[in-house]
Design a protein around this ligand. Structure first.
Ligand code: UDP
Length: 312
């Protein structure tokens, strides 16, 4: 039975990944500081093959026994979170990645880094291909996340080149699905609860900025294909269907049958104007492309938010 360790295992993506790996027959160890993650995300996974350790991965990671795969998914991931936790974000992307790589090296495990489309910053090349080096403001408010992930990619490639570690880097574009924290500040977890409560939808700027949203199950399938490949360079995983934020807000209002109106609020500093993954590489190397469209993905996600609201 393969044994996997997932840092950030109690987070949104981490918990979906743990579930996927358990279904593939892995034994899974989830590590999480619970800074932005929660045990509620993994409660349903409790079984003999699953273990949770509360630990901050910027500190030495001790784990007895063999490990085949290390997934480094720990990090605050919404702009609101990493603006509130700037030092922790820098530490988990730098020191946390170093510790997770050290563990993978010790255990001779394959290492997969959760990187991000934020490495492209406010991109001047559109759509974004993996060979674009990006346009990041290192000292802006988003720099704490973007530069931490850029460092994480650099140290991962160094462990690959210098230590011969089997490493993978996935650049994750905007993702959504159940277990996102309502009001974590991101667009979908803000808009859906607002729509369900018939409150105004808070669109930042004029809403003409674009994003491309991928449903979480598609994403996790991409991670696994990358893990099983012999490819070491970064690979974009995301849904190339691009839309404006205004279009997203309208779709959510329509899908929920809401009476919400749109409230325009100031655009946050350094908010990227466009974002769309070029997924040619994922298609070619992994035979991967997303299967779940926005309407279908939203219909699987809205009940999650509806339930969170009902619990309050
Ligand atoms: N956004 C918005 N209203 C919100 C939250 C986000 O208009 O309540 C915008 C945000 O400014 C950005 C886009 O939606 O242009 C996506 O934001 P998110 O925080 O989800 O992710 P990002 O892609 O910026 O990391």
């Amino acid at each position: 039975m393969p044994r996997s360790l997932v840092t950030g295992g109690a987070g949104f993506l981490g918990s979906h990944l743990c579930e996927f790996l358990l279904n593939k027959g892995h034994e899974v160890i989830a590590i999480d500081s619970l800074l932005t993650g929660t045990v509620a995300n993994i409660e349903h996974l409790q079984c003999e093959q699953f273990k949770f350790i509360k630990h901050d991965v910027t500190e030495y990671i001790y784990c007895a026994g063999p490990i085949d795969y290390v997934f480094h998914f720990a990090s605050p991931a919404s702009p609101k979170d990493y603006l509130e936790l700037p030092i922790q974000t820098l530490k988990v992307g730098s020191m946390g990645t170093h510790k997770a790589l050290g563990l993978a090296k010790e255990k001779k495990a394959t290492f997969l880094l959760a990187s991000t489309s934020e490495v492209y910053g406010d991109p001047q090349v559109h759509p974004q291909r993996e060979d674009y080096w990006g346009h990041v403001n290192p000292v802006g408010p988003r720099g704490v996340y973007d530069e931490a992930k850029r460092f994480a990619e650099a140290i991962t490639m160094a462990y690959h080149r210098f230590h011969g570690l089997n490493t993978k880097i996935v650049r994750i574009f905007n993702t959504y699905g159940p277990r996102m924290r309502p009001n974590d500040g991101r667009a979908i977890p803000s808009f859906v609860p607002q729509a369900l409560r018939n409150e105004p939808i808070t669109v930042f700027g004029d809403g003409s900025q674009t994003r491309s949203f991928c449903y979480v199950d598609d994403l996790v399938d991409g991670f696994y294909r990358l893990l099983m490949s012999d490819f070491h360079e970064p690979v974009n995983i995301g849904n190339p269907r691009e839309m404006t934020i205004r279009e997203l807000a309208d779709t959510i209002v329509r899908t929920t049958g809401s009476k919400s109106t749109i409230d325009y609020e100031p655009l946050p500093e350094d908010d990227p104007k466009v974002r769309q993954p070029d997924i040619s590489k994922a298609r070619e190397i992994l035979g991967w492309e997303p299967k779940i469209g926005l309407e279908e993905g939203l219909s699987r996600t809205i009940p999650w938010f509806r339930q969170r609201i009902a619990e309050k």
